[in-house]
Unconditional design. Structure first.
Lengths: 181, 380
C-alpha cells in the first residue's frame, strides 16, 4: 500500500470549499427561484407522514394534481415521465385548472402558466412541491386547520416551469411566509 | 484481529515445538502482532463509530426542523461542523493518526449529506429523491479521491449503491416499479470513479467491495430486465459469471502475474453465474427451458456438476473461499430442486440418487488424485 497519510493542507481546504460550494449553490439557486419566480396560489389537501432524514412534513395534494383520462390519453399507463402542464387561471384565488398535459412545451396566453411535472399513467401529476416540512409535532395541527378551513400554497414558478413553495394561506390569509435565508 | 492473534499464537506454539522457530523469534513475532494489532483496530472501529454517531446527530438535528434558528444559522452550524471535521482530519493526519483522520473525513462527508437534507427541508424540495443521494455520493467520492481516504471511498460506494437501488426501484415506490424493466447504467461510471480511488490507494479490501457491489448490481439488473424477458435478463448474468470463471481458470497465471486476483475472480464469477442460473431455474415465471421435468432435471444436473467441479478446482488451487461458496450454492440448489420437484416425488428421488452417485464418483476421483500426489511426494 502506498503512503496515503499526508496530504497538503490546501487539499483539505479545497475539499471543504468544494463541499460548502455545492451546498451554497443549492441554496443560491433556490433563493433566486423564490425571489424571481412568478407567484401563483394553489389549493391544497394535506396528510402528515414523516421523512426518515428530514423530519415531519405535511404531504400536499393540489386540485391540479390529478389530470383527467382525456388529458392523459397519449401517455403510457406505466410511465413516470416529465411533462408540461398548462394551467389556466379560473378566476377565484387558487382556482387554477389543467388545460393540457403535453410532452413538449405549449404556447401560453397571459392568463395561463406552464408547470413542469412528472406524470404517472393514472393521471397523477407530481410537481416537486408535495412536501411541506414543519417543526416536529406541528403537522397534525396544520392538518386540523386544513380540514376545517381552506388551505392553499403560495408557489413561485421560474422561467423553466419549476416550482417552489413560498408560503401558506389559510382562508385567503397568509399564515406563513418562508424566509429566504 | 483477535482471531489473527490467536491463530499466530497457536501456530507459533506448534512451530516452536517442531523446532522451526526459536523462542527469541517467537517473542519478536508476538511483539510485532501486539504492536500493529488490536490497538489500531479498536481505535479505528471506535473512531468510525463516533463519526457515524455524529453524522446521525446531525441528521436528527435536521429532522427536528428547529425554527428557533434562522436558515442561515442552521446552515452555519453544518458548515462549521464540516470545516471543523476537515481541520481535525488534517491535524490527525499530520500527527500520523491516519485511522482517526479517516474517521474525521467520514464525519465531514456525513455533515455534507446532512447539509443536503437540511437545504431540501428548509426549501421544501420534493423532487426526485435519488438525486439527493447522488449529490451526496459525488461530494463524498471527490473527497475520497482528493484526500486518498479508503474509508470515505467505501462510504461513497455504499451511497452510489443506495442511489442506484433507488433509481432502479423508482425511489422505493414498489407499486410503480412493478413494471420497471430498465437497467441503471449510470451506476457504472459512478462505480468507476470509486474504482479509480481504490486503484490509486491500492486498497485490496476496497477491490473486494467494488467486486461485490458490481456483482450485486449485475444480478439485480438481471431481475429488472428479467421481469419481462428471462432470456434477456438472467442469461447474460449467467454468461458473464461463466466468462469470469472461464477467464480465471484458463488465464489464471497470466492474470496473477498482473495482479493476484484470479482466485477472487473465480469466486465472484461463481456467485454471479449461480445467481443467473438460479433465477433461470426457479424465479422467473416462464423459465427459459420450459416447465418440463426433463429440462429441470438437465439444468439442475449440469448446475450441480458444475458446482462440484468448482469444489474440485478450489481444492486443487487451495482456494478455500471458492469451496465454501460452492458448498453454499450446492445447498441452495439441492433445496430448491427438492422444493420444485423434478416431475413427481419419485422422479425427484431418482434425480437426487443419480446426482449423488455422480458426486460420489467425483469424490472418489479426487481421493485417487490426492493419493497419487501423496505417493509421488513420498517417492521423491
Amino acid at each position: 500500500m502506498i503512503d496515503v497519510l499526508k496530504r497538503p493542507i490546501a487539499l483539505y481546504a479545497l475539499a471543504a470549499l468544494m463541499l460548502t460550494g455545492i451546498l451554497t449553490s443549492m441554496v443560491a439557486a433556490r433563493v433566486a427561484h423564490l425571489k424571481n419566480g412568478r407567484e401563483i396560489v394553489l389549493n391544497i389537501r394535506p396528510v402528515d407522514p414523516r421523512d426518515l432524514f428530514k423530519g415531519d412534513y405535511v404531504r400536499l395534494g393540489f386540485d391540479i394534481s390529478q389530470a383527467s383520462r382525456e388529458q392523459m390519453k397519449d401517455f403510457d399507463a406505466a410511465s413516470n415521465m416529465p411533462v408540461h402542464v398548462l394551467l389556466e387561471d379560473a378566476g377565484a384565488a387558487g382556482a387554477w385548472r389543467i388545460v393540457s398535459v403535453t410532452m413538449t412545451e405549449p404556447k401560453v396566453s397571459a392568463s395561463q402558466i406552464v408547470l413542469r411535472a412528472t406524470a404517472s399513467g393514472s393521471g397523477w401529476l407530481r410537481y416537486g412541491i408535495e412536501r411541506y416540512y414543519v417543526p416536529e409535532g406541528t403537522g397534525p395541527k396544520l392538518e386540523d386547520q386544513a380540514r376545517t378551513n381552506k388551505l392553499s400554497a403560495i408557489v413561485a414558478v421560474n422561467a423553466r416551469g419549476e416550482t417552489a413553495i413560498k408560503g401558506l394561506k389559510l382562508d385567503g390569509k397568509t399564515i406563513h411566509v418562508e424566509p429566504l435565508l | 484481529m483477535f482471531r489473527y492473534a490467536r491463530r499466530v499464537e497457536s501456530d507459533l506454539a506448534r512451530w516452536q515445538a517442531a523446532g522451526w522457530v526459536s523462542s527469541a523469534d517467537a517473542d519478536s513475532i508476538r511483539a510485532d502482532v501486539a504492536r500493529c494489532g488490536i490497538g489500531v483496530s479498536l481505535s479505528t472501529a471506535l473512531g468510525t463509530l463516533a463519526a457515524v454517531l455524529i453524522g446521525f446527530a446531525a441528521m436528527s438535528f435536521v429532522a427536528a426542523n428547529w425554527q428557533s434558528m434562522s436558515k442561515l444559522a442552521r446552515l452555519g452550524v453544518i458548515f462549521a461542523g464540516l470545516w471543523g471535521f476537515l481541520g481535525l482530519a488534517y491535524t490527525f493526519a499530520e500527527r500520523g493518526l491516519r485511522r482517526f483522520s479517516d474517521a474525521a473525513l467520514l464525519g465531514a462527508t456525513a455533515l455534507y449529506g446532512a447539509g443536503i437534507m437540511l437545504i431540501a427541508q428548509m426549501y421544501h424540495m420534493d423532487g426526485h429523491p435519488p438525486d439527493a443521494v447522488w449529490l451526496w455520493a459525488v461530494g463524498t467520492v471527490l473527497v475520497g479521491l482528493l484526500l486518498r481516504s479508503n474509508t470515505v471511498l467505501a462510504a461513497a460506494l455504499v451511497l452510489f449503491c443506495v442511489w442506484s437501488f433507488m433509481e432502479m426501484t423508482s425511489g422505493f415506490n414498489w407499486i410503480s416499479s412493478r413494471n420497471a424493466t430498465r437497467v441503471h447504467w449510470g451506476f457504472l461510471p459512478a462505480w468507476a470513479s470509486v474504482a479509480l480511488g481504490v486503484a490509486l490507494t491500492r486498497w485490496r479490501p476496497g477491490m473486494h467491495l467494488l467486486a461485490a457491489a458490481l456483482s450485486v448490481w449485475l444480478i439485480f439488473s438481471g431481475y429488472m430486465v428479467g421481469r419481462g424477458d428471462a432470456v434477456r435478463g438472467h442469461l447474460p448474468v449467467l454468461l458473464v459469471g461463466l466468462g469470469m470463471m472461464g477467464a480465471s481458470i484458463g488465464y489464471g497465471t497470466v492474470i496473477d502475474r498482473w495482479r493476484q486476483i484470479s482466485g477472487a475472480m473465480l469466486n465472484y464469477g461463481m456467485v454471479v453465474a449461480f445467481a443467473g442460473a438460479f433465477a433461470l431455474q426457479f424465479v422467473v415465471d416462464r423459465p427459459v427451458l420450459g416447465q418440463s421435468g426433463a429440462w429441470t432435471m438437465l439444468f439442475g444436473l449440469v448446475t450441480l456438476m458444475a458446482i462440484a467441479a468448482v469444489i474440485v478446482w478450489g481444492w486443487r488451487t487451495d482456494n478455500r473461499a471458492a469451496m465454501w461458496i460452492a458448498y453454499g450454492c450446492f445447498t441452495i440448489e439441492v433445496f430448491s430442486l427438492y422444493l420444485k420437484k423434478v416431475g413427481t416425488l419419485l422422479g425427484t428421488s431418482g434425480f437426487f440418487l443419480i446426482t449423488g452417485l455422480l458426486v460420489a464418483a467425483f469424490a472418489y476421483a479426487a481421493w485417487r488424485l490426492n493419493d497419487s500426489k501423496a505417493e509421488a511426494r513420498t517417492a521423491s
